[in-house]
Write a protein that binds this ligand. Structure first.
Ligand SMILES: Nc1nc2c(c(=O)[nH]1)N[C@H]1C(S)=C(S)[C@@H](COP(=O)(O)O)O[C@H]1N2
Ligand SMILES: [Mo]
Length: 392
């Protein structure tokens, strides 16, 4: 029921007008209501992202001010493709399960669809999100459907020597490694234990429709709790190895480099981007009947609370609205701002997870020691201009 996500207070405060809004929400069909109403006035942020310098790689970034549904419509969900979109004929497509398995498998799309179906609401964030001034919108939340990977690996029979599962995409590109020109296929890997997580899916649907080409048709990996890069699109081969896999997207790119201090000495560390991390962002400021509201999202871990700081003042608790504590999909939050003074204001949010971890501030070591742009999880500050009362 749509109303289950609306507090009684919300309904009372919205009064009769809320019913019209609810009707719209119900027609739209999501199981999650949205804070606010379709005709709330949105104030554009004063700090706007710059132009996307790599349109061949990055598409359809989230425009935060336009966030108006818990599920991101497929045509508004960001896309990343490092080697273009491969042409794949679903009829002739096959998925190989190979390497250190007792019974290698070759599966058609129908074979996968005939297996158990499982769905998950999952917020996919590129670990490069917020890495630059032009890319604050590499995030989306979709309902993915497919078949769980673990039983399939069970059928194939992972041999005891197998420690690593490599997911190969069909896309490939030219890379220079040392002095060599090579052609590298997009691939990511996980430990066998991580690959056997019951939430990991071979997904063939996104938001109730067949997976579109730009999101990995016919089948992609969906690994809830992992950054976007782990969710290999255009999957063609799953291979079990006896060694760690060290391809570009595990070991050369998507590697976070830190300059850390240990006992007075500088140590440079390198870690492959993997599991999602706690993060939040203000989404938009809206106005209704002269009163302002701040709304945003938090994700990357099971979120316990979100706090907001206005103009560097005290941290104030927000109200969590949509989403669940699963930690796999974003939660929305709101703060009634009332009637702030006219002029420019800053709005910062920080998420706190159910273990008590706090999203780091930009000046915290977790952020200051980082020398690469991936995993930019620091608190985000946005700027907004409040017009003088009576003007609009
Ligand atoms: N085969 C393949 N899979 C891929 C990629 C890619 O370039 N090729 N990009 C990865 C990255 S970096 C991200 S953030 C997600 C983006 O998924 P989306 O395009 O469906 O949003 O796909 C991942 N899977
Ligand atoms: Mo990514």
């Amino acid at each position: 029921m749509v109303t289950s996500n609306l507090s009684r207070r919300d309904l009372l405060r919205r009064g009769g007008a809320a019913l019209a809004g609810l009707t719209v929400l119900r027609l739209a069909g999501p199981a999650h209501a949205f804070p606010g109403q379709p005709d709330d006035e949105v104030l554009p942020w004063l700090d706007q992202p710059g132009e996307n310098p790599v349109p061949n790689v990055v598409g359809s970034q989230l425009v935060w001010e336009q966030l108006d549904s818990w599920t991101t419509p497929t045509d508004r969900h960001f896309t990343i493709r490092h080697y273009g979109t491969p042409a794949i004929d679903a009829q002739n497509w096959r998925l190989a399960v190979a390497g250190l398995v007792g019974r290698p498998l070759t599966l058609t799309l129908d074979d996968l669809k005939a297996r158990a179906r499982q769905e998950v609401d999952f917020t996919l964030e590129c670990s490069g999100n917020h890495g630059f001034q032009w890319n604050p919108g590499l995030i989306g939340n979709a309902r993915w459907a497919g078949t769980p990977l673990a039983p399939l690996l069970g059928d194939a029979g992972v041999l005891d020597r197998g420690i690593e599962v490599v997911f190969w995409g069909s896309d490939a590109g030219k890379e220079t490694v040392r002095d060599m020109e090579i052609t590298e296929q997009f691939a990511r890997s996980m430990s066998v234990a991580d690959a056997l997580d019951p939430n990991v899916l071979l997904a063939y649907e996104m938001n109730g429709a067949p997976l579109p080409a730009n999101h990995g048709a016919p089948v992609r990996l969906i690994a809830p709790g992992w950054y976007g890069v782990a969710n290999v699109k255009w999957l063609e081969r799953i291979e079990v190895l006896a060694t760690r896999y060290q391809g570009k997207y595990m070991a050369r790119d998507y590697v976070t480099i830190r300059e850390e201090q240990r006992d007075g000495a500088t140590v440079w560390t390198f870690s492959s981007v993997g599991r999602a991390r706690l993060k939040s962002a203000p989404a938009k400021v809206t106005r209704r009947d002269g009163s302002y509201r701040i709304m945003g999202a938090a994700w990357g871990a099971p979120v316990a609370r979100v706090e907001v700081q206005i103009d560097g003042g005290p941290w104030t608790a927000t109200t969590l609205t949509e989403g669940t504590a699963s930690g796999h999909s974003w939660r929305f939050w709101t703060l009634e701002w009332g009637t702030p003074a006219a002029g420019e204001h800053t709005i910062t949010s920080r998420a706190i997870d159910t273990d008590g971890n706090v999203q780091p501030a930009p000046q915290d070591p977790a952020i200051t020691t980082k020398r690469t742009y991936w995993e930019s999880t620091g608190q985000i500050t946005r700027r907004v201009g409040i017009p003088a009362a009576g003007r609009g």
